[in-house]
Design a protein around this ligand. Structure first.
Ligand code: ZN
Length: 262
C-alpha cells in the first residue's frame, strides 16, 4: 500500500466474509484511495485470530482482539485467556483490545453478560498496556463508570453516535472519538455536533465496514476505500481541509495504537 502518510481506517471488519472473500481487490481499492493502514477489528475469538493472520500477511493491516457486546453471549468460557495469549504472542500485530463495550439499545446479549465481558476486556487492556476499542450505544454512563472503576485510561469510542457533551466527556477521560459513515447521514445532526466538538488531537475516522456505508454509498456493502466520504464530511463540519483531517487522524491513530508512521 501507499508509503506516503495516507488515511487510516481505525476500525474495519476485514475478516467478515463480505470483505474477506475478495480481500485483494478491497485492499487494492483502499490503496488507490490513499488508505495507508487499516485496523482489522475482531468481534469473536475466531475472528480475532483471523485478524492477526491478516495483519501478519499485510504490513498495512493492524489487528485488534476482542469479543463484541453482541457476541458476548456466545463467548467460550475463559475467552479472555485466549485473547491474552493472542495479544502476548503477536505483539507486532495486535494494537488494541476490542471491540468491546456495551450496547443497551439492541441488547443482543443480556446486560449482565455484556458488563462482565466488558470488565474482562478492560482488565486485559490495562494489564497489557494496550488501548481499548469501545462500542457504546445507549450505555454511555455505565461505560464511563466501568472504565474509571477498572482503571482504563486509553482507547477510542468507535462509531461515535453520542452528543457533543458526551464526546467531550470521552475526551476528558483520556479517550479518542472515532466517526464513521453515520456522520454523512442526513438525519445525523447530533453526530455532526459531536464531530464538530472533538479537539483535533483526539479525532479518528473509520468505516466500520462492511457495515454503515457513508452517503452517497449508503445501503451498499461498505469498504475501506469509502473512508474518503467520511473525511470529506468531517472537513465540511470542522471547516478544515480534507488533507488536514487526513493528517491529524493518521497522526492520532499512530499515537493511540503505538505505531510509527510509515
Ligand atoms: Zn465494529
Amino acid at each position: 500500500m501507499s508509503r506516503s502518510p495516507g488515511l487510516i481506517d481505525s476500525h474495519c471488519h476485514l475478516t467478515a466474509p463480505q470483505l474477506a472473500n475478495e480481500l485483494d481487490a478491497v485492499l487494492d481499492r483502499a490503496q488507490e484511495a490513499s488508505i495507508s493502514s487499516i485496523n482489522v477489528v475482531g468481534y469473536t475469538v475466531e475472528h480475532s485470530q483471523r485478524a492477526i493472520e491478516m495483519a501478519r500477511r499485510y504490513d498495512a493491516l493492524w489487528a485488534t482482539v476482542g469479543v463484541s457486546p453482541h457476541d458476548a453471549k456466545d463467548a467460550p468460557e475463559g475467552f479472555e485467556h485466549s485473547l491474552r495469549t493472542m495479544a502476548v504472542e503477536n505483539r507486532d500485530e495486535v494494537v488494541a483490545v476490542g471491540e468491546t463495550g456495551l450496547d443497551f439499545f439492541r441488547l443482543i446479549s443480556p446486560r449482565e453478560t455484556q458488563i462482565s465481558a466488558f470488565i474482562k476486556h478492560i482488565e486485559l487492556a490495562v494489564q497489557l498496556g494496550l488501548p481499548l476499542v469501545i462500542h457504546c450505544r445507549d450505555a454511555f454512563e455505565t461505560t464511563c463508570s466501568l472504565l474509571a472503576e477498572h482503571g482504563a485510561s486509553a482507547g477510542v469510542f468507535h462509531c461515535f453516535t453520542g452528543s457533543a457533551r458526551e464526546a467531550l466527556r470521552a475526551v476528558e477521560l483520556g479517550f479518542y472519538v472515532s466517526f464513521s459513515g453515520i456522520v454523512t447521514f442526513s438525519n445525523a445532526q447530533q453526530v455532526r455536533a459531536g464531530a464538530a466538538a472533538v479537539p483535533d488531537n483526539r479525532l479518528l475516522v473509520e468505516t466500520d465496514a462492511p457495515f454503515l456505508a457513508p452517503s452517497p454509498m449508503r445501503g451498499k456493502r461498505n469498504e475501506p476505500s469509502f473512508l474518503v466520504y467520511v473525511v470529506e464530511q468531517l472537513a465540511k463540519i470542522r471547516g478544515a481541509s480534507r488533507e488536514s483531517i487526513a493528517r491529524v487522524t493518521a497522526e492520532n491513530a499512530h499515537r493511540l495504537f503505538g505505531r510509527t508512521a510509515r
